[in-house]
Design a protein around this ligand. Structure first.
Ligand SMILES: C[S@@+](CC[C@H](N)C(=O)[O-])C[C@H]1O[C@@H](n2cnc3c(N)ncnc32)[C@H](O)[C@@H]1O
Length: 260
């Protein structure tokens, strides 16, 4: 568990963006000041952000990346236009079920979404460790609001009801209802046996003639295999970088002869 250092805690919430390759259109839902937009652009992706908050958008515009004022519950983009979506610690501020449906709508078939959320462990940890009583109060009302919401389906009135913590089970329910597949779940760290950050990779299924395509490899294996292929190709590239071009030609021809 982090030592109480706020920056360290914030660094932990960073999403892994390895899924998103150069040239992909990737939407950041709740882009805030645009840090993830910048990270996506550095990877060669074509990012676009949405956020309802004026001051966040003003900061995000400094990155020279397109951003729009909009909410996750009503994304102003046509269906199936995005190769990827990210949503970093934003779902708790939204009507989650509608936001997840919108993420599914704007994704292309086969597209992926990376989502991170605060679990109950995040708020418990802050309740115990945070030095600011204001933030402790905020955590307390988040815990209360979530319990009320889970029991009654309603949030507490006004600012009391502005945020919720997430649980993997509730999120999975929203994904299923929206038709998104949960491909990878990572929870880290834990506090008092409760999840602090929940990281999910989702995929929009590819429909084939009215049916859902069966993946060639089991879904939970997909990312691991993808990463292995990437690591192998990096090794091959670096090995070839050291090799004499004549040797490469000889090697290729030899292999060709053997396989014939
Ligand atoms: C905790 S911040 C996260 C910002 C950014 N994703 C990051 O990781 O730095 C939550 C963001 O969600 C935005 N937000 C609040 N309600 C939202 C909604 N209904 N739809 C989309 N974004 C929302 C806020 O303006 C804020 O920028």
């Amino acid at each position: 568990m982090p030592s109480g250092d706020r920056d360290e805690m914030h660094d932990l919430q960073d999403l892994c963006l390895d899924l998103f390759l150069p040239g992909m259109n990737v939407l950041d839902v709740g882009c805030g000041a645009g840090r993830e937009l910048e990270r996506l652009a550095e990877r060669g992706c074509r990012p676009v952000g949405i956020d309802p908050c004026d001051s966040s958008l003003t900061a995000a515009r400094h990155h020279q990346i397109p951003v729009h004022q909009a909410c996750a519950e009503q994304i102003p983009l046509p269906p199936a236009c995005m190769d990827g979506v990210i949503c970093q610690v934003t779902l708790p501020y939204t009507d989650e079920a509608r936001a997840v449906c919108e993420i599914e709508r704007v994704l292309k078939a086969g597209g992926a979404a990376a989502i991170s959320c605060h679990g109950s462990g995040y708020y418990l940890w802050r309740l115990v460790h945070d030095r600011s009583w204001k933030r402790r109060l905020y955590c307390l009302r988040t815990v209360l609001n979530t319990w009320v919401y889970r029991l009654s389906g309603r949030r507490l009135p006004g600012f009391w009801g502005d945020t919720l913590y997430q649980s993997p089970r509730w999120l999975a329910r929203h994904y299923r209802a929206a038709g998104l597949e949960l491909v990878v779940e990572k929870i880290a760290p834990w506090f008092l046996g409760r999840p602090v950050f929940i990281y999910h990779t989702l995929r929009k299924p590819v429909a084939v003639a009215g049916a859902t395509a069966t993946p060639i490899v089991p879904e939970h294996e997909e990312l691991r295999l993808l990463n292995e292929v990437r690591a192998l190709s990096a090794e091959v590239r670096s090995a070839l970088g050291d090799a004499n071009p004549a040797d490469i030609g000889r090697l290729t021809n030899d292999e060709h002869t053997v396989s014939c």
